[in-house]
Design a binder for this molecule. Structure first.
Ligand SMILES: Nc1ncnc2c1ncn2[C@@H]1O[C@H](COP(=O)(O)OP(=O)(O)OP(=O)(O)O)[C@@H](O)[C@H]1O
Ligand SMILES: [Mg+2]
Length: 345
């Protein structure tokens, strides 16, 4: 995919973000010092297995980490000269839903069950765009039509429980897109939708991006969605970013063994004949991380130093970096399944 047509101005810069949760099982370090930037007009994809810290990163930016049990231990998130992580909650709520909108993984996080869809969609546009009641209702109906809700002019007056799961997801997408935000954080926005609606929603996001220069942070498990919409990608593993690359580089020339594992374990339209190779084992327990590289127990390229050194991100090219001691193009590949069973025994 080509790079974004709009400017390369950085809209949001996240530095050394660390988030912990105090749980009954101990201290869970969900995000362990991530650094990244989101540029105007681009889509930055975030991929990684369940529990890798994708949602926690997004919730931290929106000021929505439940504290306790959570705590933002360090970090900055600079947006237009202000640190979102230090902003008073009033100021942050003015930005939230207006300049920075989020599509949540669970639609009921964002929708109020006691208010009609019209109440919820018009609240943001009346508050932030200054629309009259009549204009706001017309705008809400228009947005519902855009996300593919049939009979939108009737259904806008219904409550969230009267919508199916996939439709609630679309209502939330309509709400997030309503104010034409600078930044759209989309956390698995299309996972609950069938493929035709999914394609429609991705097109709608691209359209918004082309018209308004919206920057999108797209969190997803689905590498197909990444290939479709992202310009750059970052791969998360156990609370850290282990690789960053342009989408073309990531698919053609992954540098981190975990990225390679994700690509080899997912079916690809461009490589239908390729054998699928699942990544053996499970992501680590974040309250009991092994020393050294956290991917080492599952890694088919690991060497002795990997149990000692947790490698930092190093640059691979102007837009890419990865956190691994090994060059996977040259290193011998071993069977990580037997490595895992040896360690368990
Ligand atoms: N409220 C909470 N209390 C305790 N632990 C939490 C809480 N929220 C998240 N975590 C932990 O933080 C870690 C990262 O969770 P996160 O939701 O960011 O994962 P994710 O990458 O979004 O996964 P998924 O793909 O399943 O959505 C997990 O280990 C999770 O259990
Ligand atoms: Mg998540």
């Amino acid at each position: 995919m080509s790079s974004p047509s709009t400017s390369h101005e950085t809209l949001l810069r996240v530095e050394d973000l660390r988030v912990e949760f105090h749980t009954d099982d101990g201290l869970v370090t969900a995000v362990r010092g991530v650094d990244w930037e989101l540029r105007a007009g681009e889509t930055l994809g975030v991929v990684g297995e369940s529990g890798s810290g994708k949602s926690v990163t997004a919730l931290a930016l929106m000021g929505l980490i439940p504290q306790p049990p959570g705590k933002i231990v360090s970090g900055r998130a600079m947006y237009r000269g202000q640190d979102l992580l230090k902003m008073p909650s009033r100021a942050l709520s003015d930005i939230r839903g207006n300049r920075i909108a989020m599509i949540f993984q669970d639609p009921m996080t964002a929708l109020n069950p006691f208010l009609t869809v019209e109440d919820q969609l018009t609240e943001v546009t009346r508050r932030h765009m200054g629309l009259s009641a009549r204009e706001a209702t017309a705008h809400a109906i228009d947005m519902l039509e855009k996300v593919g809700i049939p009979s939108a002019s009737k259904r806008v007056f219904e409550y969230p429980h009267q919508f199916s799961g996939g439709m609630r997801q679309r209502v939330m997408i309509a709400m997030a897109l309503s104010c034409k935000p600078d930044i759209l954080i989309a956390d698995e926005p299309t996972t609950a939708l069938d493929v035709t609606i999914q394609a429609q929603i991705l097109e709608l996001m691209k359209e918004l991006q082309e018209q308004e220069g919206t920057a999108i942070l797209m969190i997803t498990h689905d590498l197909g969605v990444i290939a479709n919409i992202a310009h750059r990608v970052q791969v998360m593993y156990a609370g850290r970013v282990v690789e960053k690359a342009t989408v073309d580089e990531l698919f053609a020339n992954p540098r981190h063994p975990y990225t390679l594992g994700l690509l080899e374990s997912a079916p690809r339209v461009d490589k239908l004949e390729a054998e699928l190779r699942p990544i053996p084992g499970q992501p680590p327990d974040l309250s009991k991380l092994p020393g050294g590289c956290s991917f080492r127990p599952r890694c088919p390229f690991s060497i002795a130093d990997c149990s000692r050194i947790d490698p930092p991100l190093v640059k691979s090219n102007s837009d890419g970096s990865y956190a691994c001691l090994v060059n996977i193009d040259e290193a011998p590949r071993h069977d990580a399944t037997s490595q895992i069973s040896e360690e368990l025994s």
